[in-house]
Design a protein around this ligand. Structure first.
Ligand SMILES: *[C@@H]1O[C@H](CO)[C@@H](O)[C@H](O)[C@H]1NC(C)=O
Ligand SMILES: *[C@@H]1O[C@H](CO)[C@@H](O)[C@H](O)[C@H]1NC(C)=O
Ligand SMILES: *[C@@H]1O[C@H](CO)[C@@H](O)[C@H](O)[C@H]1NC(C)=O
Ligand SMILES: *[C@@H]1O[C@H](CO)[C@@H](O)[C@H](O)[C@H]1NC(C)=O
Length: 326
């Protein structure tokens, strides 16, 4: 109810502005609105627990892809009910509801909030990267086209052609798939051997069969189409980061020109370097054997922020959650 009246108000404002200027586009703000600091603090309580990201954060990361990839990052997964109307989004209805409410209470667009929550979600994970965030997207109540999302069993050839049709390279496809490093299957089982860590070990664990990935990821690791990219992106934490961060930015800007938006990336880096502990992730070469030392580091690090986190974490999300293509 609230969100539809906001949409109506926003469309009306756009129409009025259109009559006077013929250009119903928001003017770019020169500095990042301070509200994003408040939103980051708000999200932290449900996104961080025990030194890494929660299932709510997983949902938020996945949501960014599902809002953008069918067309543009326009909030329509919430504002045009794609979340409730489309099977591929059915595991994200809770985060859609939560972010929809927060968009109203913080007076920010759903389109921005979805991308912001994904960036905070990634930074919330142990070893998670600091990605960029640009603010200024407006919402639409027009749904994106249907039938655009890749399924979990899609092969590498079909994936490459789908991503190519959206302007993404093989390296970007493989890099974005690395978000499954913290992914869970629909039944809650981990897609990676170290699901609490945002680490490049994911790529190796898919290749060598130690993980329990979705078929699409397995196909990418073993197909001549993408095997080279799989191995090079997954070679180290640095190569993963170097590929993932720009690919994530590109995805988050689908439908938008960065020059029209306001750079709020400092909020993400401030969040990552503030209350979050430093990464305890090790390079992929030794990741399979690093479980115990990684766990120790997690325990040590989490002691510094458990206090902040415990207050809100319990509220989080109960349903089974996942990052998968479908
Ligand atoms: C919400 O933000 C818009 C700009 O995005 C502003 O015009 C409007 O006044 C704000 N509403 C409230 C209630 O603060
Ligand atoms: C990949 O999937 C497409 C679409 O389902 C199919 O046409 C093609 O034969 C498959 N390619 C391989 C190598 O299995
Ligand atoms: C969860 O689903 C995956 C994929 O279908 C399957 O490989 C795995 O064994 C399942 N795990 C459990 C605990 O049921
Ligand atoms: C490649 O991955 C697919 C999807 O999981 C699997 O069916 C196939 O057996 C794998 N091929 C090889 C050669 O490992």
């Amino acid at each position: 109810m609230h969100s539809s009246s906001i949409i109506l108000a926003a469309s009306f404002a756009a129409i009025c502005q259109g009559y006077s200027t013929l250009r119903p586009i928001q003017k770019r703000q020169s500095s990042c609105p301070s509200v994003w600091t408040e939103v980051a603090t708000d999200l932290q309580s449900s996104f961080v627990s025990d030194g890494t990201c929660t299932d709510a954060a997983r949902q938020a990361i996945r949501l960014s892809f599902h809002d953008c990839f069918p067309g543009s990052c326009d909030g329509s997964i919430i504002t045009a009910n794609e979340c409730t109307d489309r099977g591929e989004n059915s595991q994200m209805t809770e985060i859609c509801g939560t972010l929809g409410e927060k968009s109203t209470s913080f007076n920010v667009s759903n389109a921005d909030l979805i991308q912001f929550a994904a960036a905070i979600g990634i930074a919330s994970c142990d070893g998670g990267f600091t990605t960029s965030f640009y603010a200024g997207r407006t919402d639409t109540d027009t749904a994106n086209p249907t039938g655009q999302m890749p399924g979990a069993n899609i092969n590498a050839t079909a994936l490459v052609s789908l991503f190519t049709s959206k302007g993404f390279t093989k390296t970007e496809l493989v890099a974005l798939s690395g978000a499954h490093t913290i992914g869970k299957q629909l039944n809650g089982s981990a897609m990676d051997t170290s699901v609490g860590k945002f680490d490049s070990g994911f790529y190796k664990s898919v290749s060598d069969g130690s993980a329990n990935p979705i078929n699409a990821d397995k196909y990418m690791s073993n197909s001549s189409d993408t095997k080279t990219e799989w191995n090079s992106v997954g070679a180290s934490q640095t190569s993963f980061q170097d590929a993932f961060v720009p690919a994530m930015e590109k995805m988050s800007l689908m439908g938008w020109d960065k020059a029209d938006l306001t750079d709020c990336s400092d909020i993400i880096s401030g969040f990552a370097s503030g209350s979050l502990k430093q990464s305890s992730v090790v390079e992929s070469g030794s990741s399979q054997g690093s479980t115990s030392s990684g766990d120790d580091a997690t325990k040590t690090g989490s002691a510094t922020r458990n206090g902040d986190v415990a207050r809100g974490a319990i509220l989080a999300f109960v349903s089974a959650v996942i990052i998968s293509w479908i």
